[in-house]
Structures are given as C-alpha cells and as structure tokens.
Design a protein. Sequence first.
Lengths: 271, 120
Amino acid sequence: MSMSDQLDPAALKKRLKALEAQAKEAQGTIAELKSRDALKTQFLSNISHDLRTPLAAIITHAEILRDGMLGELNTKQRDSVRGIMNGGQQLLDMIDEILTYVRGASDQVKLARTEFSITEVVDQVRLLNQPLAAKKHLTIERLNGDDVPPIYADRDKLKHVLGNLIGNAIKFTPDGGRIWISLSRRGKNGNELLVEVGDTGRGIARDNHELVFREFAQVDASPSRSHHGTGLGLAIARKLVELHGGSIWVESELGKGSRFFFTVPLNGPRE
Amino acid sequence: MAARILIVEDSPLVTDAFRILFTESGYEVDVAATVAEGIERGAANTFDLMLLDLSLPDGSGLEVLEALRERGVPPRATLAMTGYDDPITRRACLDAGCAEVLVKPLRIGDLLRHIERHLA
C-alpha cells in the first residue's frame, strides 16, 4: 500500500468496509462451527445411550449363562461366555467414557465435594488395576503420601482422573516396566496437592505434550495403531482437574517414560 | 405362590433378558413397554414389585407409579432404573415413592439381591 492510499479517506473507508465484512464473515463461521460442535456432542450422547442398551442386554444374557441359570456349562463354554462378557465390558467402559466426555463438554458435570483420604483412593485405583498390570508384569507403587492430610474435593471425579492416568500408564508401558504414584503438597502454605503418575513406558515427544490432552487426539491415530481407545481419557482428566481449579500437564521424552502431574486445592470451596 | 414382577422398559432386548432371569429365579413376570401399558398392566394385576425404567417413549416412568398410586393399586415396592446417577433424578424417584434407584447397567447378582431384599 502506498503512502497516498493510506491518506486517501475514500480508500481508507473502502478498506474499513472490507475489514468489517471479513469480521462479520468470520463471526458467521465461528457461530456455524459452534452449532456443528453442539450437534456433534448431541449425536455422541444419543448414540452412546443407544449403544448401551443392547450391550447391557448382551451382558445380562452372558451373565445368566455364566451363572448356570439355564444349565451347567462345561469349561470351554464358560471360557467362551467369559469372552463375551469381557468384550462387552470393555465396550461398555468405552461408551461410558464417551458419555462422561459429552456431559463435561455440555457443562453437565457438577462437583460433589466431600472430605476423604487421597492416599486411600490412590491405593484403591492401584488395586483395581493390579490384575491388568500383572498381565504385563508391571509394578504399580505409591511412593509416599501417608502424611498428606484429608482433601476436600469430589472423590469419584479424582478417582476417575487417577484411573485414566494409571490406565494409560499400563497401556503404554512395555512388559516388566514400572509405574509409580507420588503425592506431595505445594503452593502457598502447602494448600495444593500435587499428584504424579509416572511410568517407564514409550514416552511422548515434546510436540505432542499438548495434543494428548485434546479430545479424540491420539499420537498414533492410524487404523493400524497398536493401542485403541476413545482418545478421550486425558481430555476428561483435564476437564475434571480444571473443574476443581487445578491444572494437569505431562513431562516426557520419547523413549524415556512419562510423568503426568496434576494439582488440586486440598481445601476446595465449601457450599 | 411366586412373587409377581412387572418390568416397565421400552427395549425388548432388555426385557427379554430380564424375563429369562426372573423366570429362572422363580418369579412370575409381566412386561410393559410404555407409560400407558405400564398403567394398564399395573392396574389389571397385583404386583409385588415393579422395575421401572425412567425414560419411556410416551413419558417418564414415574408417571406409571403416580397413576397406580392414585388408583390405590401401587406395587409393594418399585425400583427405578436410570442410566445416569445424578442427585436430582434420585431425589425425584424417591419423592415419587420408589424404594430404590438402580443405575444401569445392572449386574444380575446385584439386581436379584435388591429384588429379594424388597420382597422379603
């Protein structure tokens, strides 16, 4: 643009008009994208509910067979029924994960705070994941935390966050590896809880540190990827941590394991 | 005499599975798929227990219980079934007279235990 253009009121007016038109168009595009995103969220919610019903029926039938209500099963039949149930349960977990995400995305998730011991919750999640870890000869240990005071927060939501982080660690750590959980206090007067979930797994390249917390994002998104899932676990974890007023991040390098951290206030607001 | 259970649920896949489960456990079973059917079946027979899904094609499952109570023929116990455990839904069910709110998906062992407890 030449100097004379800049000073010409007519040219300036024209340019202003063009900018206004561009801004209006951009606003229209944003509104359109937002409405499409809301539609997508609604679709996810509906489809998840609709998938859950037949799946629940399949699992109920399998349980009826497993419990011998229609006659005793032989060992091979029982193994086969157990396969149906395990597959069904895995699908159900994935659908529930999508539903949790959808509720978070549409701000339907509310915190129900109580006072509880975070170390007890860590130990529960550890125990729950023990069978899965044992299959890969992984150890899961809590390094410390006996001195952490009771926390006032949403117990189920933090359990969900820990479950997602430990579940991921198991998934991405090769046989014989190590997973640890460390609890400490930080911030002013130590009023914040810092939780670390670390592993000796494959690690995450620096470029992907933000990506992993984005919904539906998977570092390897190819159909041939070795790890499957909804790609929602860490997005949900972030949502639940942020609802508490905390933050979540990862420190990792490819091939050197990962350390996921999150913080939550020890003494959340009391209504 | 065998205890009678009324299942009010719109998915035939679920009611088929429950019918087998309850029949094999020694109960008599009847099924309704809508609010209207639930009221009709519930009023026509005396039931010891009603298993009530909250979202039905023609309204809320709680309307069935309300109508049966108004007619003076509620089942001895009503157990509500919901896919989402939130405090508001739970409150609404208990206020409407449900004895318990069960969160789907239900494990058969848990479900049978709840039913036995309420029929005892």
